[in-house]
Design a binder for this molecule. Sequence first.
Ligand code: LMR
Length: 322
Amino acid sequence: MVHVCVVGAAGGIGQSLSLLLMRQMPYGSTLSLFDVVGAPGVAADLSHIDNAGVTVKYAAGKIGVKRDPALAELAKGVDVFVIVAGVPRKPGMTRDDLFKINAGIILDLVLTCGSSSPKAVFCVVTNPVNSTVAIAAQALKKLGCYDKNRLLGVSLLDGLRATRFINEARKPLTVSQVPVVGGHSDVTIVPLFHQLPGPLPDEATLAKIVTRVQVAGTEVVKAKAGRGSATLSMAEAGARFALKVVEGLTGAGNPLVYTYVDTDGQHESEFLAIPVVLGKTGIVKRLPIGRLAPSEEKILKAALPTIQKNIAKGNEFAKANL
Ligand code: LMR
């Protein structure tokens, strides 16, 4: 059965994410937990839940240790890594401000995990996602195991937010998934409300909803007032996303997800959040973005230079540090 490893499992996102996975992973699965502080406690705690169908394993890392042998050992035989390790934003910071710390963290973790399980699917939650996915790709290329269909940036929280906000505005009409493409930071987040069935709010109201989706992460950072960024909603998005990956890998289905991935030369950007179909080998099909309203076309066009800059920054960092 499937083996999922949460890297950063004792943090704000990691704990809730691990709980959600524990409750929903298929019978016979293994859930491995890694963190530099607190992993044994989270593992002990989770393993008292009466879902004996999921085996819980853990490894305790050490702060500052590179290519941690404990992680290298735990990472053997893993099918899906969900990487949430890293520092969160404080009020006044952008996601890009996290680059300085999180770039090194993601590089080291992907090198360690990729060495142990080169065929695994990597789901990257660590911010800034627009750059960390590029860093992860370079790390996997260095290991000689890069597969453009097995590296996925988790941008699903933008979809959850867009869905929530439009459903609130169109009550009682509801949809279950709003397409969101582009990247995972402010102006790079492009919700495609015009692809939804049914009448939309007027353009001014819709524009406000688009902006709210784009700055929703900052809304949470401000509300948490120095105590981090979104953890619960991000855990929900991360768990839902990882379970879709599991659904594909195990042959249970071929779900459609929006995710920040290698575009395989199909777009102006090396990486972009696009619709893809998942299956037994990760991404089995990249789908067209579909019809864009003129306003959406404008936002996507404006997003591209920022995404390209974020990717270049990640690539340069990786090349200088590999
Ligand atoms: C989010 O969208 O909530 C996350 O990317 C965290 C953040 O810093 O905004």
